[in-house]
Design a binder for this molecule. Structure first.
Ligand SMILES: Cc1cc2nc3c(=O)[nH]c(=O)nc-3n(C[C@H](O)[C@H](O)[C@H](O)COP(=O)(O)OP(=O)(O)OC[C@H]3O[C@@H](n4cnc5c(N)ncnc54)[C@H](O)[C@@H]3O)c2cc1C
Ligand code: FES
Length: 256
């Protein structure tokens, strides 16, 4: 079930020059949400920008709050960056299919996030029982530090990679996966397409289940506009907003 909610903003913290964590009081959406689902946010009171913007649910608080982690990339996110505590955010959600939490695996699960793809992984780490690894990658140290600590506190064995070598492995996240693959039963990943393609390929070769969360452009978020469709492995079109955003990697054609 989805809800329309005018949610008071509790905090809007600037974590780096262009990354913000926005926390709102949205008890109905928070109660209904599952890791990997997203909300559609109206970025301004006016009709510009006209379309709502999709954001993964970053975390949920016991007090009915939920947080979004976003990077300023354009007009909508620039407006959101200016939002202040006490302002009201117009939210719809939760939407889409999230990560599979039902599987009862004996081996650990590995969460893999690249860039802003790390956003949904905190909520997943909060809700996923059992032992977990987390491989987190970003351009530089500043983009990783705030989240890596929080995910480690949730019981994940965390390894980091940065493009510039300022923290952890100097290189790409999939480089770190080979060593972990024999120890895990499943990967849950979100991030840039080349990273997820590489992760999905390594998982396929090792016989490890891989769930990927896609962040395509979206206009409506509810299956009405065809703005988000991608080719599925069976030749049919997949709606990222309603069939996903989380898919089993084998469901996709990987021309992403
Ligand atoms: C299911 C889902 C979950 C998402 N979760 C998050 C999240 O947790 N944190 C976060 O920071 N972002 C997330 N995004 C991406 C986010 O929706 C866009 O960054 C946002 O809509 C940009 O709005 P804007 O008005 O600032 O940029 P616009 O002015 O619309 O665009 C600015 C630039 O960003 C590019 N852009 C816009 N949307 C996307 C996109 N989806 N993928 C790649 N490039 C894009 C445009 O092509 C353009 O070059 C998610 C997207 C989806 C579909
Ligand atoms: S965003 Fe409109 S159909 Fe998916």
């Amino acid at each position: 079930m989805s809800f329309s909610n005018f949610s008071p903003i509790l905090a809007n913290e600037q974590l780096t020059t262009d990354v913000f964590r926005l926390t709102v009081h949205a008890p109905e959406i928070a109660a209904a949400a599952a890791p990997g689902q997203f909300v559609m946010v109206r970025a301004a009171d006016s009709l510009d920008p006209l379309l709502r913007r999709p954001f993964s649910i970053h975390s949920r608080g016991a007090d009915g709050s939920l947080s979004l982690l976003f990077k300023v990339v354009g007009r909508g996110t620039a407006l959101l960056a200016k939002a202040k505590p006490g302002d009201v955010l117009d939210l719809l959600g939760p939407f889409g299919k999230g990560f599979d939490l039902s599987a009862s695996e004996k081996k650990p699960i590995c969460l893999i996030g690249g860039g802003m793809g790390i956003a949904p992984l905190l909520f997943l780490a909060q809700e996923l029982p059992g032992r977990k690894y987390a491989l987190l990658g970003a351009r530089c140290r500043d983009e990783l530090t705030p989240l890596a600590k929080k995910i480690a506190e949730l019981g994940c064995a965390v390894q980091l990679a940065t493009d510039d070598g300022s923290l952890g492995h100097h290189g790409f996240i999939p480089d770190l996966l080979d060593e972990i693959l024999p120890q895990i039963s499943r990967v849950c990943t979100c991030g840039p397409s080349p990273m997820m393609r590489s992760v999905a390929g390594k998982c396929r070769a090792a016989g490890v289940l891989c769930q990927v969360s896609l962040e395509t452009h979206m206009a409506c978020g509810i299956g009405a506009c065809l703005g988000c469709v991608l080719p599925g492995a069976d030749g049919r079109q997949a709606h990222v907003c309603t069939d996903g955003p989380v898919f089993n990697a084998e469901e996709l054609s990987w021309q992403l």
